[in-house]
Design a protein around this ligand. Structure first.
Ligand code: FES
Length: 564
C-alpha cells in the first residue's frame, strides 16, 4: 500500500519538489520513501510533568530510524494541570482538535503520542482516534516518591491531606510549607493513582501502548528503552496499516473499565474514555462503567484509595501483574498495537510485593467499580468512586447545604450551619457553568467540623474531582445546573438521599414541588468570545464525555488538496 506521505513527496512536479526540498535537512536519499512518523510531543516548561519528553522523543526517534522510518518531532498543545487556569479540562478538546488537524494537514504516516500530565494522554488519544492514523502512546511515567519527615508524599493526595491538617490546627503552616520542596522529587507526573497514572494505564488497557510500558517511572532508564521500541513499532504499524480504530474496539474499552476498577483509578477516566469512544464511534455509555466494573476487585493499594505510590506499583510487578489477577474478566479478543491480544502479555506477570498488589484472593475491596447513580437529582447520571469513600456514608440521608458557585463556597464554607450529617452541594461547576468543569467536587469541609475530627462528609456537585482526591463525593451530576438540571432547584435544608448500593441519588422533595421552583441561574459563565464561547455553546454533558458536539466522530486521514 502506498504511503500517505507519498501524496506530498512522490512525483517530479513543482509541488513534490517543494515538499522534498524543504524537508531534505541532510536526511538519507531514500528518506521520502520511508514511513514518516510524527512524534506528538507535549514537552513544555509550563507542563512540569511532561518537561522530560524531549529526551523521550530522542529515544523514539532513534527507534524510528532503526526500523527504517523517518521521525518528525511535532510539538503539540500541552496542558500543565497545576498551572493552566481556570482548568486544564477547558483545553482538552482544543488540544485534541489541534493535534488531529496537524496530523491530518502534514505528510505523516503514523504517530507516537507522548503524554503524561492529566489531559495530555486523553487529548492525544482523541486526536489519534479522529484522524485514525497508525498510532501508539508512550506515557511519560510517574515521578519517584518524595519523602517529608520520614513519610512518603503522594503528590496531590498529600497536598489535600496536609492542607486540611493546617485548617484543623494539627499541622503548623511552617511545616506545611517545608514539605513543598519534597513533594516533587523527580521528573514525571503525579505519583499517586491520579488521573495521569490512570490514563497511562487506560492507554495500555485499550491496547495503545506496548504492554508493560504504563507506570514505568519517568526517571527509570527502562522508559527510554520502551520509547525506542515504540518508535520502531510505529514504523511497523504503518507497514501493517494497523490503526487506532482496529485497536480501540468496544472490547478494549470494556477491558479498560475492568482495569480502572482493579487499579482504583480516577473518576476522570470516565469522561475521557467516553470522549475517546465518541471519536471512534464505539458505543460506550455511563452504564457500561457500572455494569462492567461491578464485582471487579480493587487490587492496587495506591493513594488516593490506598497507601502506596506508583513506583511501588512498578516495583511490585506493574499493571500487568494487576491485570493477570483479573485476566478472566478481560476480553481476549481485544488486540494491542503489537497485533497480539492484551491477555497474551499477562501469563508471566507475577506479583513481587503482595502489600502493594493484592492477589485476587485477598482484595482490598471485593467490588471497586465506579458506581453510576440516577434519580431526581441526576436524571442523566452521576458517578461516585466507592473505593475512595467512607463505607458508612455510602447509604446516607442528610440536609443539603447548597453553594451556588466556587466563589460562594469559599465565602460561606466556614460560616454555614452544618453538622457531620449535612450534605454539601455545589452547583454551577459543570462543563458549561464553570467552563471546563473544574476539579472542585471534593469540597473542603467546614473548619469547625474539621476541628471536631470530621474527615469526610457526603458531597455532591456537577464538577469533577482530582484523581488524587478522596472522600464520599458524588460527581459529574448530569444535566448540570447550568444546563437546566434539577441541581439548580435544590435548596439548603432539602433532605438528600444517597444510596450507592441501590445506585440512587435523590432529593426528597415531591417532583411537582421541585419542578415548580425557580431554577438558580446566577453565577454561571457566559463567555463573549473565543474558545471559551465556542466551548460553552458546544460542550456536551459529562455523561457524553464533555467533548464538543461537532468533534465527535472521525474525519479520517484523507489528504487535503494542494494550495500552491
Ligand atoms: Fe501533572 Fe498531576 S500535575 S499529573
Amino acid at each position: 500500500m502506498p504511503l500517505r506521505s507519498a501524496q506530498w513527496y512522490s512525483g517530479d512536479d513543482r509541488n513534490s519538489y517543494i515538499h522534498r526540498a524543504w524537508m531534505r535537512r541532510g536526511t538519507p536519499a531514500d528518506a521520502f520513501d520511508r514511513p514518516q512518523i510524527a512524534i506528538a510531543n507535549t514537552a513544555s516548561d509550563l507542563t512540569p510533568c511532561n518537561a522530560h519528553f524531549d529526551e523521550v522523543a530522542r529515544s523514539v526517534a532513534a527507534g524510528v530510524w532503526a526500523a527504517g522510518g523517518v521521525p518528525l518531532n511535532l510539538p503539540v498543545v500541552s496542558l500543565g494541570e497545576t498551572n493552566v487556569r481556570p482548568t486544564a479540562m477547558l483545553w482538552r478538546n482544543l488540544a485534541a482538535m489541534a493535534t488531529e488537524e496537524m496530523l491530518r494537514a502534514n505528510p505523516v504516516d503514523g504517530v507516537v503520542l507522548l503524554g503524561g500530565c492529566d489531559k495530555t494522554i486523553p487529548s492525544l488519544l482523541m486526536a489519534a482516534a479522529s484522524v485514525d492514523l497508525p498510532a501508539l502512546v508512550v506515557p511519560g511515567g510517574p515521578m519517584l516518591t518524595g519523602h517529608f519527615q520520614g513519610m512518603p508524599l503522594g503528590c496531590g493526595t498529600d497536598v489535600w491531606r496536609l492542607s486540611e491538617e493546617v485548617r484543623a490546627g494539627t499541622l503548623t503552616r511552617a511545616s506545611f510549607l517545608d514539605s513543598e520542596s519534597s513533594m516533587i522529587r523527580s521528573r514525571g507526573h503525579c505519583n499517586t493513582m491520579g488521573t495521569a497514572s490512570t490514563m497511562a494505564c487506560m492507554a495500555e488497557a485499550l491496547g495503545m501502548t506496548i504492554p508493560g510500558t504504563a507506570g514505568t517511572p519517568a526517571a527509570d532508564s527502562r522508559l527510554l528503552e520502551r520509547a525506542h521500541a515504540s518508535g520502531a513499532l510505529a514504523v511497523e504499524l504503518v507497514r501493517e496499516d494497523r490503526r487506532p480504530g482496529a485497536v480501540m474496539t468496544r472490547a478494549s474499552f470494556l477491558n479498560a473499565i475492568v482495569t480502572l476498577a482493579a487499579i482504583g483509578g480516577s473518576t476522570n477516566a470516565v469522561v475521557h474514555l467516553l470522549a475517546i469512544a465518541g471519536r471512534l464511534g464505539v458505543e460506550l455509555s455511563l452504564d457500561d462503567f457500572d455494569r462492567t466494573g461491578a464485582g471487579v476487585p480493587l487490587l492496587a493499594d495506591l493513594q488516593p484509595a490506598g497507601r502506596h505510590l506508583m513506583d511501588d506499583l512498578f516495583r511490585a510487578g506493574g499493571l500487568r501483574a494487576v491485570l493477570h489477577q483479573v485476566e478472566d474478566l478481560l476480553d481476549p479478543a481485544a488486540r494491542t498495537v503489537t497485533g497480539r491480544p492484551l491477555t497474551d502479555y499477562l501469563g508471566d506477570a507475577p506479583i513481587w510485593d503482595a502489600g502493594v498488589i493484592r492477589p485476587r484472593t485477598d482484595p482490598l475491596l471485593p467490588d471497586a467499580g465506579i458506581a453510576v447513580l440516577r434519580g431526581n437529582l441526576a436524571p442523566d447520571g452521576a458517578v461516585i468512586k466507592p473505593a475512595a469513600a467512607s463505607p458508612e456514608l455510602l447509604r446516607h440521608r442528610g440536609r443539603a447545604i447548597v453553594f451556588d458557585s466556587v466563589e460562594d463556597l469559599h465565602t460561606r464554607l466556614d460560616s454555614v450551619d452544618a453538622d457531620e450529617n449535612s450534605v454539601l452541594v455545589l452547583r454551577g461547576c459543570g462543563p458549561k457553568g464553570y467552563p471546563g468543569m473544574p476539579e472542585v467536587g471534593n469540597l473542603p469541609l467546614p473548619a469547625k467540623l474539621l476541628a471536631k475530627g470530621v474527615r469526610d462528609m457526603v458531597r455532591i456537585s456537577d464538577a469533577r474531582m482530582s484523581g488524587t482526591a478522596y472522600g464520599t463525593v458524588v460527581l459529574h451530576v448530569a444535566p448540570e445546573a447550568a444546563a437546566g438540571g434539577p441541581l439548580a432547584r435544590v435548596r439548603t435544608g432539602d433532605p438528600i438521599v444517597l444510596d450507592v448500593p441501590g445506585r440512587t441519588l435523590r432529593v426528597d422533595v415531591p417532583d411537582a414541588d421541585l419542578a415548580a421552583r425557580e431554577p438558580v441561574t446566577t453565577g454561571f459563565a457566559r463567555p463573549a468570545r473565543g474558545w471559551e464561547k465556542l466551548y460553552v455553546e458546544h460542550v456536551q454533558q459529562a455523561d457524553r464525555g464533555c467533548d464538543l458536539d461537532f468533534l465527535t466522530g472521525s474525519s479520517g486521514s484523507a489528504v487535503a488538496r494542494e494550495s500552491h
